[in-house]
Design a protein around this ligand. Structure first.
Ligand code: SAH
Ligand code: SF4
Ligand code: F3S
Length: 485
């Protein structure tokens, strides 16, 4: 991809119909418009991509940035100064939507001062028809709206907007298409997310993701391997394999392949040091996968295994397709195979019909599993999902009380669990200069814990041994020790 010279594309011809050539054509075309505008203004045009939501969105945003850079925009981190602002939105909980509307109001004021400003919206929220209706009615200053299925068309849509001067809206209901080989601009030089599948078929009854991300489809293993090989050649040592349910990877391929088999192929890639993945659905976590995790030299010692609720009765209403007992058995099996593995989870409090007894079942799982950390969420009603119309929605005060009790338990366990590594030496991938103290570097251990230690920014991207001196609850203070090898 990096070798494409967009200046050689002949724009006097019609746009090609096949992808990704069609998008390369529109990148070249949009470049001309940007160049012209930038000459008129006597300065470079700038962009700012703001990401809401999960790692999938973060990865999509790298693709948006890659395309914008190829078009000729330069990154600007202050959104209010940028000529092109795009929000990559999330709609998994209602408060994510509210934040977008709030910030859009603010952007409108900025746009009045900078008439060159273009505002784009994409991502999961745009797949909801009510959202697009509201934007069309009350947010006319937005220039470009597209969804999750046609993000690959970004260059084409920008071109359409530049030529039409009107609000451009393009939302697809679903797709079976996966377009490979588009530009992407990575946030980190040494690690990267890699999509292995898109969409979700699970339809957990509270969740909007299957409606906004469409049906599950897996990328071809050859495309995934080729992407990772290219990333490694470009300096990447750690990949995070991304999917809503990575454990069902490969089921929709012409030649089916399991996630465990894919991991074994990725393990063989020379130069790649660490492999992470998310998210694992407990119902599809196979013995084969546990075995691969046990023997792998590269798979990190961390498993994110969302439980959502500890009550089998609620799990059934959630359509999660496992029981409390099955989940606890899985945890035992994983810990027996990989004893020092770090376990994290997601929990929803206040699902319709959740009684105090159900909630205590969740507390019981938390106490039994002793998670390294847990993301806790208050149930948010998503229109169109089965749970939204279930009887017995739980009053806010009750949910808030349960949420606070859960959070307290989770935090107290997690600080106990995290401190067990004090005085050990761990390999850490050095990621950044510490935000608060520039003499410290921040690195990540295999188990996903962070450690801050005195060091130089030359270390960024390297894996070094660090002695953990002091646990500060969720992270460590450490010091470098000489490599043992
Ligand atoms: N595919 C992943 C989850 C993606 S969404 C999985 O199945 O584990 C991330 C998390 O958001 C979920 O694990 C769930 O805990 C939470 N979530 C999803 N829908 C929600 C809702 N309606 N209200 C509150 N939390 C929700
Ligand atoms: Fe949502 Fe369930 Fe799919 Fe996860 S597996 S994205 S929670 S429907
Ligand atoms: Fe949000 Fe979409 Fe991810 S709804 S959590 S950004 S898949």
């Amino acid at each position: 991809m990096n070798t494409i010279d967009f200046t050689t594309i002949d724009l006097s011809k019609e746009a090609p119909v096949t992808e990704p050539d069609r998008q390369y054509y529109f990148i070249a075309k949009a470049r001309e418009y940007v160049q012209k505008q930038s000459e008129e203004l006597g300065r470079a045009l700038t962009f700012c991509v703001t990401t809401f939501g999960c790692q999938m969105n973060a990865r999509d945003s790298e693709k948006l940035s890659g395309i914008l850079e190829q078009i000729g925009y330069v990154e600007e981190t202050d959104e209010e100064k940028a000529d092109f602002v795009i929000y990559n939105t999330c709609t998994v909980r209602e408060n994510a939507n509210q934040r977008v509307y709030g910030r859009l109001g603010q952007l409108n004021r900025v746009k009045k001062q900078n008439p060159h400003m273009m505002i784009g919206l994409c991502g999961c929220m745009m797949q909801e028809p009510e959202v697009v209706e509201k934007l069309k009615k009350s947010y006319r200053f937005v220039d470009l709206i597209f969804g999750t299925h046609n993000i690959f068309k970004f260059a084409e849509l920008i071109t359409t907007r530049m030529e039409s001067k009107r609000m451009v809206i393009d939302i697809w209901k679903d797709t079976d298409k996966i377009v490979e080989d588009l530009p992407s601009e990575r946030k980190y030089s040494f690690k990267s997310g890699v999509n292995i599948m898109f969409g979700c078929n699970n339809f957990c009854s509270y969740c909007i993701v299957p409606y906004v991300r469409g049906r599950e489809r897996s990328r071809n293993p050859e495309d995934i391997i080729r992407e990772i090989e290219n990333l490694v050649a470009d300096g990447v040592v750690e990949v995070m394999l991304l999917g809503q349910n990575v454990n069902s990877y490969g089921k929709t391929l012409k030649e089916p392949m399991s996630f465990a088999q894919l991991l074994q192929e990725i393990e063989k890639i020379e130069g790649l040091k660490r492999i992470r993945f998310m998210t694992s659905h407990p119902k599809d976590l196979s013995d084969e996968l546990i075995e691969v995790m046990r023997t792998s030299k590269k798979i990190c010692k961390h498993l994110h295994l969302p439980i959502q609720s500890g009550s089998t009765r609620i799990l059934e209403k959630m359509n999660r397709r496992y029981t409390k007992e099955h989940y606890l058995e899985l945890v035992d099996k994983i810990r027996a195979a990989v004893p020092d593995i770090s376990l994290t989870t997601d929990i929803i409090v206040g699902f319709p019909g959740e009684t105090e007894e159900d909630f205590l079942e969740t507390m019981d799982v938390v106490k039994k599993v002793r998670y390294d950390s847990a993301f806790t969420f208050i149930y948010s009603k998503r229109t169109g999902t089965p749970a939204a119309v279930m009887e017995d929605q739980i009053p806010e005060e009750v949910v808030k009380d349960r949420f606070d009790r859960l959070l307290k338990e989770v935090q107290s366990i997690s600080s106990e669990v995290c401190s067990v590594y004090t005085d050990t030496i761990q390999e850490v991938l050095v990621e950044t200069v510490n935000d608060h103290d520039p003499s410290l570097m921040t690195g990540r251990m295999s188990n996903n814990l962070l450690v801050h230690f005195p060091g130089d920014k030359e270390l960024i991207g390297k894996i070094v041994p660090v002695k953990l001196k002091e646990c500060k609850g969720f992270y460590y203070i450490g010091e470098r020790v000489p490599a043992t090898e």
